[in-house]
Every structure is written in C-alpha cells, then in structure tokens.
Ligand binder design. Structure first.
Ligand code: ARG
Length: 457
C-alpha cells in the first residue's frame, strides 16, 4: 500500500516500484525515524493538535515497533521507504489512530530530520573511533621517545628525528579530524522537522519542543532550505575523505618502513599475509587495503557533490541518492580507523635499524653547516663548505661520523674537537629543541599536549 495512492487509478508498475523504493537501504534509518516520530507525536499532543489518548496509542505502537525491530522480530520489507514502513506498521498495530501521526509533517521534512539525526550519531561514532586511534598513536609515540630515525623530504633521508615525532605528526592530523567532525556535527544539528513539504504548516506546532526533544541545537529557519539542504551529507563525506587521506598516508609510511629495504617497523604475523607462490613473503595487505579504500570514500564525496549541484528548490527525488554513499563511507571509514588502531598496536619499532639509518646518507650535514654558522660563518658559506665535505666523503668512502677533527679542520679552521660529538645522529635530533621540533624533549612536550587535547575532545 502506498501513502499516496488515493489520487491514482492504477497501481504503480512493478518495474518502477523496484527502481523507486529506498527501503532496502534506508531501513538503516529506523532508529532515527521512530525517535523522530515519537517526538513529533508528543509535540502534536502538547500543542493540542491530537488528543492525549491518541498520543498514548501512537507512542505505545511506535515503541513496540522499535522493540521488535531491535530484537530482530520485525522484518523491514514491503514498503516504499522506512517512513512508509513504520507508518504502515503503526496502522496495522493500532488502527486508524496511527493515521494521525503524519499530521503537520511531510516525508520531506521527515527524511531530512531522520537523516540528520543519523548523521549526528555517525559523527559521534567517528569521534569515538578516532580517539581510540590517537590513543594507539600516543602509545607508539611514547615507545619511540628513546629512539631516533631518519626524517625524510622527497623520500630521501633529510635529518635525524626522535621517532616519536613521526607518530605525533599523525596524531595532529587525526586531532584536527576530531575537531572537524565536531564542527560539522554542530552544523548538522539544525532540525528540518516542521518544514513539512516545503512551506511549513497551518497547524500551531512547536518546533523548539521537537528540536530539544531530539537533541538538535535549534530548528531550521527556512523551510525550503530545511527540506532540501544536504550540505551535512557532503560534509560528513568530506570529513571521511580527509580522514581516509590521513589513513592512506600513514598506511603508505607503514608499508615502506616495514620493507626489507627500510626495516624500521615489524608488523606482527597476525596482521600480515602470505603469498600463495612465494614462500618467503610477508605482505602488508592490511595497510594496503586501508590505502585502497580511500578511492571509494573520495568517490562518494564526488557523487553527492554532483547529485546536489543542480537541484531546483526544494525537495526533489534526486535527494534519495544521498544515503547509500554515506552508509558505505561510514562503514569503511570506521572500519579503516579501527583496523589501523589495532595494526599500530601490533607494530614493533626496530630501534637499532632506525638509529643506524639515521646516521647514514649524510643525515647530519645540516648540523655541520649550523656548527660553522654558529661560529660566525654566514650560513650560505657554511652550506658550501659542508657540501665540499660531503663530496670528499663520497669520493673517499668516508662518513661525517668517522672523520677526525683534524680532517674537518682541513676544510675550515673553525672546526674544533666537539665537531665529532655534534655529528652524532642522536645529538643532531636532540639539538632540535625549538618549539614543535624533533628533539626527544620537544617531542615529549608535543605528546603531553596531544594527550591533553585528546582528553578535552
Ligand atoms: N525515500 C525518500 C528519500 O529518501 C523519502 C522522501 C520522499 N518524499 C517524496 N516527496 N517522495 O528522499
């Protein structure tokens, strides 16, 4: 049975029905839908639009439907969408009184309200999940405080850094994501209910009452915008996309650092996979899959942006296309976040390999130049002298660490005995005491601040 069949002579074509129906996917909104209807019925009674006994019957019926769906005793099929399903089920259970529920409401403001509620809850889910991920990163960062590794630019070794710095950098990204989800949630928390089909209603409704009951910050101020705005869907998908990009970068680093060539991380066996032909292989399928899922999440963002771009005011059926992409992005973004947290908790830092890599490839050359500059040589000239030293080392198979002070002095008289201590990788990292820098002292401060900020979010 259709909610709107009164006007039609013939039932809808079967082929169209399947094409038009959204119940197979929008049944995910059932909690939000029933919650919204409960608040609506209560408001209708408080405002004298329906009687208290009608409200009691309606709310009793809605609650029994809620319980039956939750316990798996009620299958959601046989209707156009979740809104028709719940209403039809209500009428089945309580009779004609159930038909009063849709007073002063349209499916247009109903679906917009349901979906916003759903997305507000989805933002909460993301936030909780991201917090767990940052906690896992903090554990790894604490583990890396006593160890150094090469920091990279252009994927070439650049300067030694405290290994905790690497993990803290990702915590900063995910902390921004948590903040962003909170800001997006706030904009989502504006209630369309009461916008009705497009123009509001002639009934004396109280929209502040329903907004407060449902946990919205306020009712929307324009009914046309209320029923047709899907910015919150685009925002949720953008937030997921940026989270996915951060996860993908982290995955890429984990994949690289766990190769034989780098050898900085060991992924535990339970989080690795093998090859059906090459017996020696230990593959990083998990971070690869996380990196790969970025594509579908970005895809859903592009899809909603395209769907909403030319919709005339107000509601149009195009907007039914707003849901599946979000559900998919929600499932995979949350899946990736929790798997990444688990993966991080199952990675071992190969501290010796990291430390020795941080010494090689002239990682400490900047510190040689800084040494000269601090003794009065202009930095540009110090850079040139150091460049010559590096060239000499390459030619003669030497390193900045095995050169003697006398050999340094051949290049410039400003060099003294302490140059040999200055070029040790750990000393180089730990000399970067600037605020936000890579010394273990600065990284310890950064970690402390990350934990404090995390607690507040
Ligand atoms: N299933 C629809 C959607 O998701 C519900 C709203 C239907 N409104 C309408 N006027 N046909 O958008």
């Amino acid at each position: 049975m259709k909610l709107w069949e009164g006007r039609f002579d013939k039932p809808v074509a079967r082929s169209l029905e399947e094409f038009n129906d959204s119940l197979p996917f929008d049944k995910a909104l059932w909690r939000a839908d029933i919650t919204g209807s409960l608040a609506h019925a209560e408001m209708l009674a408080k405002c004298g639009i329906i009687s208290e006994s009608d409200e009691e019957a309606i709310c009793g019926g809605l609650k029994s439907i809620y319980e039956d769906i939750e316990s798996g005793n009620l299958e959601m099929t046989g209707a156009e969408d979740i809104h028709s399903f719940v209403e039809g089920e209500l009428v089945k259970r309580i009779g004609d009184t159930g038909k009063k529920l849709h007073t002063a409401r349209s499916r247009n403001d109903q679906v917009a309200t349901d979906f916003r509620l759903y997305v507000m809850w989805a933002f909460d889910e993301l936030r909780a999940n991201l917090k767990n991920l940052v906690e896992a990163l903090c554990e790894r960062a604490a583990d890396g405080l006593d160890c150094i590794m090469p920091g990279y630019t252009h994927l070439r070794k650049a300067q030694p850094i405290c290994a905790g710095h690497f993990f803290n950098a990702y915590s900063e990204m995910f902390l921004r994501d948590i903040e962003r989800t909170a800001e997006s949630r706030k904009r989502t928390s504006v209630m369309p209910l009461g916008s009705c089909a497009l123009a509001g209603t002639t009934y004396p409704i109280d929209r502040n009452m329903t907004a407060a009951a449902l946990g919205f910050e306020k009712p929307c101020e324009n009914s046309l915008d209320g029923v047709s705005d899907r910015d919150f869907v685009a925002e949720y998908l953008f937030d997921c996309s940026l989270i996915a990009s951060h996860l993908s970068r982290l995955s890429e680093d984990i994949i690289l650092y766990s190769t034989g060539e780098f050898g900085y991380f060991e992924i535990s066996d339970e989080y690795s996979t093998g090859s059906s032909i090459m017996p020696q292989k230990k593959n990083p399928d998990i971070p690869e899959l996380i990196r790969g899922k970025t594509g579908r999440i970005y895809g859903h963002l592009m899809a909603i942006l395209t769907t909403i771009k030319a919709i005339p005011l107000a509601y149009n059926k195009d907007l039914q296309e707003d849901k599946e992409g979000l559900f998919d992005a929600q499932k995979h973004t949350n899946g990736c976040i929790s798997v990444m947290a688990e993966l991080l908790r199952n990675i071992t830092l190969k501290k010796e390999a990291m430390e020795s890599a941080a010494t090689g490839d002239f990682c400490c050359a900047t510190d040689v130049a800084d040494y000269l500059a601090k003794k009065g040589m202009p930095f540009r000239s110090a850079h040139a002298v150091t460049g010559k030293i590096v060239r000499w080392c390459i030619k003669n198979g030497r390193t900045l660490q095995d050169m003697t002070a006398e050999e340094y002095r051949e290049f410039d008289n400003l060099f003294e005995e302490d140059i040999c201590e200055t070029v040790k990788a750990k000393a180089c990292a730990d000399a970067r005491l600037s605020y936000g820098g890579a010394s273990s002292a600065s990284v310890t401060e950064n970690l402390k601040s990350i934990k404090q900020r995390l607690k507040k979010l």
